[in-house]
Write a protein that binds this ligand. Sequence first.
Ligand SMILES: [Zn+2]
Ligand SMILES: [Zn+2]
Length: 237
Amino acid sequence: MTNDFQLKFSHWQKYLLDFIFPAACVNCGRVGEWLCARCAGNIRGLPPMCFSCQKYSPQAKICPECADKYFFSRLIAPLDYDQPAIARLIKIFKYHFAYGAAPALADLAFANLPENLQKDLGQADFMTAVPLHRRRLKWRGFNQAELLAQEWSTKLNIKYMAGLQRLRHTQPQAQLSGAQRLRSQQDNFLWTGENLIDKVIILVDDVATTGATVNDCARALKIAGAGEVLVMVVAKG
Ligand SMILES: [Zn+2]
Ligand SMILES: [Zn+2]
């Protein structure tokens, strides 16, 4: 289950992808890596903050004034999507099938993760990722959030566990009553993995802009009994 993506690319397909999209630095064009060491060194990390009001918070906690909007307690985003090199790297990763950019992005985010947060994340019980629509997974061949989660779970020495599923809404929204529509908007995900009671879970996605998707996922994890959900993304959009 956790290694689904490995089955999706055979050896020759990976070779072919590397051939079509050879790694080159998204910032300076130097061939060999998606972000060369020199350019990676020039990236500025984003200070930890409350995701909602952007008040500085060393633990990246959602502050008490913003807490009732979210089902997660912290959102950790070490990088800023507004930096062109970051945006380019993420776009290449997501839309050009460059699964090989996953370690570069994961490393870069990790290198800009403050030490106290690294320590806190290391205390969590396990890591899981925002799932893709089945159709999109088929088309893209990999779930970018899952690749990141697997990279980070190795670095933090935490187990990666799949189990979040997108629910399919077959009934067109227009046919639903107001209350049904509200419910259908909320229940977009379902946890189908092992017992979550009182577990501290790190939920991974690539970018958080409004936070709506990670919030929906966090809600599903809480409904399944999770004690606390921390969100980790590469960049804040
Ligand atoms: Zn470069
Ligand atoms: Zn706040």
